[in-house]
Design a binder for this molecule. Structure first.
Ligand code: 3PG
Length: 391
Protein backbone atom coordinates (compact mmCIF):
# COMPACT_ATOMS: atom_id res chain seq x y z
CA UNK A 1 0.00 0.00 0.00
CA UNK A 2 1.17 3.48 -0.82
CA UNK A 3 1.51 6.03 1.92
CA UNK A 4 1.22 9.79 1.89
CA UNK A 5 5.00 9.92 1.42
CA UNK A 6 4.70 8.26 -1.99
CA UNK A 7 2.50 10.89 -3.63
CA UNK A 8 2.69 14.55 -4.59
CA UNK A 9 0.78 16.67 -2.06
CA UNK A 10 2.07 20.21 -2.47
CA UNK A 11 -0.73 22.62 -3.32
CA UNK A 12 -3.25 19.77 -3.32
CA UNK A 13 -6.51 19.66 -1.39
CA UNK A 14 -6.05 16.58 0.79
CA UNK A 15 -9.03 14.97 2.54
CA UNK A 16 -7.52 13.27 5.60
CA UNK A 17 -9.75 10.85 7.51
CA UNK A 18 -8.57 10.80 11.11
CA UNK A 19 -10.02 9.16 14.21
CA UNK A 20 -10.63 12.08 16.56
CA UNK A 21 -13.25 10.04 18.41
CA UNK A 22 -11.76 11.01 21.78
CA UNK A 23 -13.42 10.73 25.20
CA UNK A 24 -15.19 13.92 26.26
CA UNK A 25 -16.45 14.99 29.68
CA UNK A 26 -18.50 18.18 29.83
CA UNK A 27 -17.10 19.22 26.48
CA UNK A 28 -13.48 18.68 27.61
CA UNK A 29 -11.21 16.06 26.09
CA UNK A 30 -10.01 13.65 28.79
CA UNK A 31 -7.52 11.74 26.61
CA UNK A 32 -6.05 13.33 23.49
CA UNK A 33 -3.83 10.38 22.48
CA UNK A 34 -5.62 9.87 19.20
CA UNK A 35 -5.13 13.50 18.23
CA UNK A 36 -1.45 13.47 19.21
CA UNK A 37 -0.88 10.27 17.24
CA UNK A 38 -2.06 11.92 14.01
CA UNK A 39 0.34 14.86 14.36
CA UNK A 40 3.07 13.27 12.19
CA UNK A 41 0.71 13.03 9.21
CA UNK A 42 -0.73 16.49 9.71
CA UNK A 43 2.68 18.10 10.20
CA UNK A 44 4.03 16.29 7.15
CA UNK A 45 1.20 17.63 4.98
CA UNK A 46 1.52 21.15 6.38
CA UNK A 47 5.27 21.19 5.77
CA UNK A 48 4.77 19.98 2.22
CA UNK A 49 2.29 22.79 1.60
CA UNK A 50 -0.89 20.77 1.20
CA UNK A 51 -4.34 22.13 2.02
CA UNK A 52 -5.23 19.84 4.90
CA UNK A 53 -8.92 18.98 5.24
CA UNK A 54 -9.52 16.79 8.31
CA UNK A 55 -12.60 14.62 8.72
CA UNK A 56 -13.61 12.43 11.66
CA UNK A 57 -16.54 10.97 13.49
CA UNK A 58 -17.19 11.58 17.18
CA UNK A 59 -19.46 9.31 19.18
CA UNK A 60 -22.61 7.84 17.70
CA UNK A 61 -24.98 10.70 16.77
CA UNK A 62 -26.97 8.44 14.41
CA UNK A 63 -27.21 10.77 11.44
CA UNK A 64 -28.28 13.90 13.31
CA UNK A 65 -26.55 17.14 14.29
CA UNK A 66 -25.85 16.79 18.02
CA UNK A 67 -24.19 19.84 19.56
CA UNK A 68 -22.26 17.93 22.21
CA UNK A 69 -20.64 15.78 19.51
CA UNK A 70 -19.27 18.55 17.34
CA UNK A 71 -15.57 18.39 16.45
CA UNK A 72 -14.85 21.86 17.83
CA UNK A 73 -13.04 20.65 21.00
CA UNK A 74 -10.87 18.35 18.87
CA UNK A 75 -10.05 21.17 16.43
CA UNK A 76 -9.13 23.45 19.34
CA UNK A 77 -6.93 20.80 20.91
CA UNK A 78 -5.20 20.21 17.58
CA UNK A 79 -4.54 23.91 17.27
CA UNK A 80 -2.96 23.96 20.76
CA UNK A 81 -0.79 20.93 19.97
CA UNK A 82 0.42 22.42 16.68
CA UNK A 83 0.73 25.98 17.96
CA UNK A 84 -1.01 27.09 14.81
CA UNK A 85 -4.52 28.19 13.86
CA UNK A 86 -6.91 25.44 12.81
CA UNK A 87 -10.16 26.42 11.09
CA UNK A 88 -13.35 24.54 11.92
CA UNK A 89 -16.35 24.17 9.60
CA UNK A 90 -19.89 23.73 10.87
CA UNK A 91 -20.67 21.17 8.20
CA UNK A 92 -18.78 18.41 6.40
CA UNK A 93 -20.14 18.87 2.86
CA UNK A 94 -21.85 21.54 0.77
CA UNK A 95 -21.28 24.99 -0.65
CA UNK A 96 -20.22 26.70 2.57
CA UNK A 97 -17.51 24.09 3.11
CA UNK A 98 -16.41 24.37 -0.53
CA UNK A 99 -16.15 28.13 -0.14
CA UNK A 100 -13.96 27.72 2.95
CA UNK A 101 -11.69 25.30 1.12
CA UNK A 102 -11.53 27.73 -1.79
CA UNK A 103 -10.02 30.32 0.58
CA UNK A 104 -7.36 27.98 2.02
CA UNK A 105 -3.67 28.65 1.44
CA UNK A 106 -1.05 25.93 1.19
CA UNK A 107 -0.32 24.61 4.69
CA UNK A 108 -3.70 25.64 6.12
CA UNK A 109 -5.81 23.23 8.13
CA UNK A 110 -9.60 22.92 8.15
CA UNK A 111 -11.48 20.49 10.40
CA UNK A 112 -14.84 19.43 9.00
CA UNK A 113 -17.88 18.77 11.20
CA UNK A 114 -18.59 15.26 12.56
CA UNK A 115 -19.16 13.04 9.53
CA UNK A 116 -21.68 10.95 11.47
CA UNK A 117 -24.09 13.92 11.53
CA UNK A 118 -24.99 12.68 8.03
CA UNK A 119 -27.13 9.52 7.74
CA UNK A 120 -25.17 8.46 4.64
CA UNK A 121 -21.90 8.12 6.56
CA UNK A 122 -22.58 4.84 8.34
CA UNK A 123 -24.65 3.56 5.40
CA UNK A 124 -21.63 4.12 3.18
CA UNK A 125 -23.92 6.03 0.83
CA UNK A 126 -22.07 6.48 -2.51
CA UNK A 127 -23.67 9.91 -2.91
CA UNK A 128 -22.17 11.18 0.36
CA UNK A 129 -18.82 9.56 -0.47
CA UNK A 130 -18.87 11.47 -3.76
CA UNK A 131 -19.65 14.73 -1.95
CA UNK A 132 -16.65 14.20 0.34
CA UNK A 133 -14.48 13.36 -2.66
CA UNK A 134 -15.60 16.53 -4.46
CA UNK A 135 -13.87 18.58 -1.75
CA UNK A 136 -10.39 17.25 -2.50
CA UNK A 137 -7.75 15.98 -4.92
CA UNK A 138 -6.39 13.19 -2.73
CA UNK A 139 -7.66 10.94 0.07
CA UNK A 140 -5.39 10.03 2.98
CA UNK A 141 -6.72 7.53 5.49
CA UNK A 142 -5.03 7.92 8.87
CA UNK A 143 -8.00 6.63 10.89
CA UNK A 144 -6.77 3.20 11.90
CA UNK A 145 -9.28 3.29 14.78
CA UNK A 146 -12.16 3.44 12.31
CA UNK A 147 -10.66 1.20 9.61
CA UNK A 148 -12.97 -1.69 10.53
CA UNK A 149 -15.97 0.45 9.53
CA UNK A 150 -17.00 0.52 5.87
CA UNK A 151 -18.37 4.05 5.98
CA UNK A 152 -18.55 6.86 3.42
CA UNK A 153 -15.54 8.74 4.81
CA UNK A 154 -13.42 5.63 5.43
CA UNK A 155 -14.25 3.30 2.55
CA UNK A 156 -16.62 4.91 0.05
CA UNK A 157 -14.51 7.98 -0.65
CA UNK A 158 -11.49 5.81 -1.55
CA UNK A 159 -13.31 4.75 -4.72
CA UNK A 160 -13.47 8.33 -6.00
CA UNK A 161 -9.96 9.68 -5.36
CA UNK A 162 -6.38 8.48 -5.35
CA UNK A 163 -6.24 6.95 -1.86
CA UNK A 164 -3.21 6.35 0.36
CA UNK A 165 -2.51 5.65 4.02
CA UNK A 166 -1.37 8.25 6.52
CA UNK A 167 1.67 7.78 8.73
CA UNK A 168 -0.28 6.54 11.77
CA UNK A 169 -2.21 4.06 9.66
CA UNK A 170 1.06 2.90 8.13
CA UNK A 171 2.68 2.46 11.56
CA UNK A 172 -0.26 0.53 13.01
CA UNK A 173 -0.45 -1.84 10.04
CA UNK A 174 3.28 -2.31 10.06
CA UNK A 175 3.63 -3.09 13.79
CA UNK A 176 0.53 -5.27 14.10
CA UNK A 177 1.12 -6.94 10.75
CA UNK A 178 4.71 -7.89 11.54
CA UNK A 179 3.76 -9.15 14.99
CA UNK A 180 1.19 -11.52 13.60
CA UNK A 181 2.97 -12.69 10.46
CA UNK A 182 6.58 -13.01 11.64
CA UNK A 183 6.37 -13.00 15.44
CA UNK A 184 9.44 -13.24 17.61
CA UNK A 185 9.08 -16.25 19.91
CA UNK A 186 8.08 -17.06 22.54
CA UNK A 187 4.99 -15.08 21.54
CA UNK A 188 2.45 -14.57 24.33
CA UNK A 189 -1.11 -13.38 23.83
CA UNK A 190 -3.06 -12.15 26.85
CA UNK A 191 -6.79 -12.01 26.37
CA UNK A 192 -9.21 -10.61 28.89
CA UNK A 193 -12.45 -8.67 28.88
CA UNK A 194 -15.91 -9.48 30.03
CA UNK A 195 -17.62 -11.40 27.25
CA UNK A 196 -16.59 -14.64 25.57
CA UNK A 197 -18.68 -13.79 22.54
CA UNK A 198 -16.61 -10.65 21.84
CA UNK A 199 -13.34 -12.55 22.03
CA UNK A 200 -14.08 -15.84 20.25
CA UNK A 201 -12.41 -14.94 16.97
CA UNK A 202 -9.39 -13.33 18.59
CA UNK A 203 -8.77 -16.28 20.92
CA UNK A 204 -9.17 -18.61 17.97
CA UNK A 205 -6.72 -16.74 15.76
CA UNK A 206 -4.14 -16.12 18.48
CA UNK A 207 -4.25 -19.78 19.49
CA UNK A 208 -3.00 -20.49 15.98
CA UNK A 209 -0.27 -17.88 16.10
CA UNK A 210 1.00 -17.55 19.68
CA UNK A 211 2.95 -19.96 21.87
CA UNK A 212 1.26 -18.95 25.12
CA UNK A 213 -2.32 -17.76 25.51
CA UNK A 214 -3.18 -16.31 28.92
CA UNK A 215 -6.84 -15.84 29.77
CA UNK A 216 -8.33 -13.45 32.34
CA UNK A 217 -11.29 -11.17 32.95
CA UNK A 218 -14.98 -11.89 33.07
CA UNK A 219 -14.82 -14.28 30.16
CA UNK A 220 -12.83 -16.73 32.32
CA UNK A 221 -15.86 -17.96 34.21
CA UNK A 222 -17.49 -19.44 31.14
CA UNK A 223 -14.40 -21.65 30.85
CA UNK A 224 -14.64 -22.68 34.52
CA UNK A 225 -18.32 -23.44 34.19
CA UNK A 226 -17.62 -25.51 31.08
CA UNK A 227 -15.07 -27.49 33.10
CA UNK A 228 -17.77 -28.21 35.69
CA UNK A 229 -16.80 -25.71 38.40
CA UNK A 230 -19.21 -23.74 40.55
CA UNK A 231 -18.86 -20.09 39.50
CA UNK A 232 -21.39 -18.49 41.85
CA UNK A 233 -22.66 -15.20 40.51
CA UNK A 234 -19.71 -14.63 38.18
CA UNK A 235 -20.28 -13.53 34.59
CA UNK A 236 -21.41 -16.37 32.37
CA UNK A 237 -21.98 -16.67 28.66
CA UNK A 238 -24.25 -19.72 28.79
CA UNK A 239 -24.39 -20.19 25.04
CA UNK A 240 -20.59 -20.36 24.75
CA UNK A 241 -19.76 -23.33 27.00
CA UNK A 242 -19.00 -25.56 24.01
CA UNK A 243 -16.88 -22.87 22.41
CA UNK A 244 -14.86 -22.58 25.63
CA UNK A 245 -14.28 -26.34 25.77
CA UNK A 246 -13.38 -26.25 22.09
CA UNK A 247 -10.55 -23.79 22.80
CA UNK A 248 -9.14 -26.00 25.54
CA UNK A 249 -9.21 -28.94 23.10
CA UNK A 250 -7.71 -26.92 20.28
CA UNK A 251 -4.85 -25.72 22.51
CA UNK A 252 -4.09 -29.32 23.47
CA UNK A 253 -4.14 -30.47 19.88
CA UNK A 254 -1.82 -27.66 18.76
CA UNK A 255 0.46 -28.14 21.77
CA UNK A 256 -0.06 -24.55 22.92
CA UNK A 257 0.38 -23.33 26.46
CA UNK A 258 -3.19 -22.20 27.21
CA UNK A 259 -3.45 -20.80 30.73
CA UNK A 260 -6.58 -20.12 32.73
CA UNK A 261 -6.41 -18.54 36.20
CA UNK A 262 -5.67 -20.82 39.15
CA UNK A 263 -6.97 -18.48 41.80
CA UNK A 264 -9.28 -15.51 41.71
CA UNK A 265 -10.46 -12.58 43.76
CA UNK A 266 -14.13 -12.80 44.66
CA UNK A 267 -16.60 -10.37 46.13
CA UNK A 268 -20.20 -10.33 47.25
CA UNK A 269 -20.81 -6.84 46.06
CA UNK A 270 -19.70 -4.79 43.12
CA UNK A 271 -18.27 -1.80 45.03
CA UNK A 272 -14.94 -0.37 46.19
CA UNK A 273 -15.59 -1.01 49.89
CA UNK A 274 -16.98 -4.52 49.44
CA UNK A 275 -15.36 -7.47 51.19
CA UNK A 276 -13.06 -9.48 48.92
CA UNK A 277 -11.45 -12.91 49.27
CA UNK A 278 -8.95 -14.86 47.23
CA UNK A 279 -9.87 -18.45 46.45
CA UNK A 280 -8.81 -21.27 44.16
CA UNK A 281 -11.09 -21.56 41.19
CA UNK A 282 -12.94 -24.59 42.53
CA UNK A 283 -13.82 -22.75 45.75
CA UNK A 284 -16.25 -20.04 44.62
CA UNK A 285 -19.23 -19.92 47.02
CA UNK A 286 -22.62 -19.80 45.32
CA UNK A 287 -23.43 -16.21 46.31
CA UNK A 288 -20.04 -14.66 45.44
CA UNK A 289 -18.65 -13.54 42.11
CA UNK A 290 -15.18 -13.61 40.59
CA UNK A 291 -13.86 -10.14 39.87
CA UNK A 292 -10.09 -10.37 39.27
CA UNK A 293 -7.28 -12.88 38.86
CA UNK A 294 -5.60 -13.93 42.12
CA UNK A 295 -1.96 -13.53 43.27
CA UNK A 296 -0.79 -17.02 42.21
CA UNK A 297 -2.14 -16.42 38.72
CA UNK A 298 -0.62 -12.94 38.55
CA UNK A 299 2.81 -14.28 39.45
CA UNK A 300 2.56 -17.06 36.91
CA UNK A 301 1.35 -14.75 34.12
CA UNK A 302 4.09 -12.22 34.97
CA UNK A 303 6.70 -14.98 34.67
CA UNK A 304 5.43 -16.03 31.23
CA UNK A 305 5.36 -12.39 30.08
CA UNK A 306 8.89 -11.82 31.39
CA UNK A 307 10.18 -14.73 29.32
CA UNK A 308 8.46 -13.67 26.09
CA UNK A 309 9.98 -11.97 23.07
CA UNK A 310 6.61 -10.66 21.93
CA UNK A 311 3.50 -9.90 24.00
CA UNK A 312 0.13 -8.88 22.62
CA UNK A 313 -2.41 -7.85 25.25
CA UNK A 314 -6.11 -7.31 24.67
CA UNK A 315 -8.61 -6.93 27.50
CA UNK A 316 -8.34 -6.35 31.26
CA UNK A 317 -7.95 -9.15 33.83
CA UNK A 318 -10.58 -7.76 36.19
CA UNK A 319 -12.65 -4.70 36.96
CA UNK A 320 -9.57 -2.45 37.01
CA UNK A 321 -11.58 0.75 37.37
CA UNK A 322 -12.33 -0.26 40.99
CA UNK A 323 -9.18 -0.34 43.16
CA UNK A 324 -9.67 -3.63 45.08
CA UNK A 325 -10.41 -5.41 41.79
CA UNK A 326 -7.56 -3.80 39.83
CA UNK A 327 -4.48 -5.75 40.97
CA UNK A 328 -4.54 -8.43 38.26
CA UNK A 329 -4.73 -5.90 35.44
CA UNK A 330 -2.11 -3.72 37.14
CA UNK A 331 0.37 -6.57 37.55
CA UNK A 332 -0.11 -7.75 33.99
CA UNK A 333 0.44 -4.15 32.83
CA UNK A 334 3.59 -3.94 35.00
CA UNK A 335 4.90 -7.21 33.59
CA UNK A 336 4.28 -5.93 30.05
CA UNK A 337 6.04 -2.67 30.92
CA UNK A 338 9.12 -4.37 32.35
CA UNK A 339 9.62 -7.33 30.01
CA UNK A 340 12.43 -7.04 27.52
CA UNK A 341 10.13 -8.49 24.89
CA UNK A 342 8.24 -6.25 22.47
CA UNK A 343 4.83 -5.34 23.91
CA UNK A 344 1.76 -4.40 21.93
CA UNK A 345 -1.37 -3.20 23.66
CA UNK A 346 -4.42 -3.76 21.52
CA UNK A 347 -6.26 -0.53 22.18
CA UNK A 348 -9.51 0.04 24.03
CA UNK A 349 -9.70 -1.04 27.68
CA UNK A 350 -6.15 -2.38 27.99
CA UNK A 351 -4.80 0.89 26.62
CA UNK A 352 -6.93 2.76 29.17
CA UNK A 353 -5.53 0.50 31.91
CA UNK A 354 -1.91 1.12 30.85
CA UNK A 355 -2.69 4.84 30.89
CA UNK A 356 -4.34 4.67 34.33
CA UNK A 357 -1.35 2.89 35.86
CA UNK A 358 1.06 5.38 34.22
CA UNK A 359 2.74 2.60 32.28
CA UNK A 360 1.77 3.63 28.76
CA UNK A 361 5.21 5.09 27.97
CA UNK A 362 6.87 1.79 28.81
CA UNK A 363 4.94 -0.21 26.20
CA UNK A 364 6.40 -0.56 22.71
CA UNK A 365 3.14 0.02 20.86
CA UNK A 366 -0.30 1.02 22.06
CA UNK A 367 -2.77 0.78 19.25
CA UNK A 368 -5.13 3.71 18.67
CA UNK A 369 -7.76 1.20 17.56
CA UNK A 370 -10.15 -0.59 19.89
CA UNK A 371 -12.50 -2.50 17.63
CA UNK A 372 -10.11 -2.09 14.71
CA UNK A 373 -7.13 -3.68 16.47
CA UNK A 374 -9.38 -6.48 17.71
CA UNK A 375 -10.54 -7.24 14.17
CA UNK A 376 -6.97 -7.05 12.94
CA UNK A 377 -5.91 -9.60 15.57
CA UNK A 378 -8.83 -11.78 14.55
CA UNK A 379 -7.12 -11.97 11.17
CA UNK A 380 -9.87 -10.00 9.40
CA UNK A 381 -9.33 -7.54 6.59
CA UNK A 382 -10.24 -3.96 7.47
CA UNK A 383 -12.46 -2.34 4.82
CA UNK A 384 -10.84 1.07 5.28
CA UNK A 385 -7.48 -0.50 4.45
CA UNK A 386 -8.67 -2.76 1.64
CA UNK A 387 -10.15 0.26 -0.16
CA UNK A 388 -6.80 2.08 -0.35
CA UNK A 389 -5.67 1.69 -3.91
CA UNK A 390 -2.45 2.05 -5.75
CA UNK A 391 -3.71 4.52 -8.34
C1 3PG B 1 -13.42 3.53 18.26
O1 3PG B 1 -13.53 4.33 19.19
O2 3PG B 1 -13.15 2.32 18.43
C2 3PG B 1 -13.53 4.05 16.87
O3 3PG B 1 -13.45 5.43 16.84
C3 3PG B 1 -14.77 3.53 16.19
O4 3PG B 1 -15.93 4.00 16.82
P1 3PG B 1 -17.30 3.22 16.63
O5 3PG B 1 -17.19 1.93 17.42
O6 3PG B 1 -18.39 4.12 17.14
O7 3PG B 1 -17.45 2.92 15.16
Amino acid sequence: KKSVRDVEVTGKRVFVRVDFNVPLEDGKITDDTRIRETLPTIKYLVEKGAKVILASHMGRPKGEFVDSLRLTPAANRLSELLGKPVAKADEAIGDAVKAEIEKMNNGDILVLENVRFYPGEEKNDPELAKQFADLADLFVNDAFGAAHRAHASTEGIAHHLPAVSGLLMEKELDVLGKALTTPERPFTAIIGGSKVKDKIDVIDNLLNLADNVLIGGGLTYTFFKAQGHEIGKSLLDDSKLDVALGFIEKAKKLGKNFLLPEDIVITKEFSADAETRTVDIDQIPADWEGIDIGPKTRAKYAEVIKNSKLVVWNGPMGVFEIEPFSHGTREVAEACASTEGYTIIGGGDSAAAAEKFHLAEKMNHISTGGGASLEFMEGKELPGVVALNDK
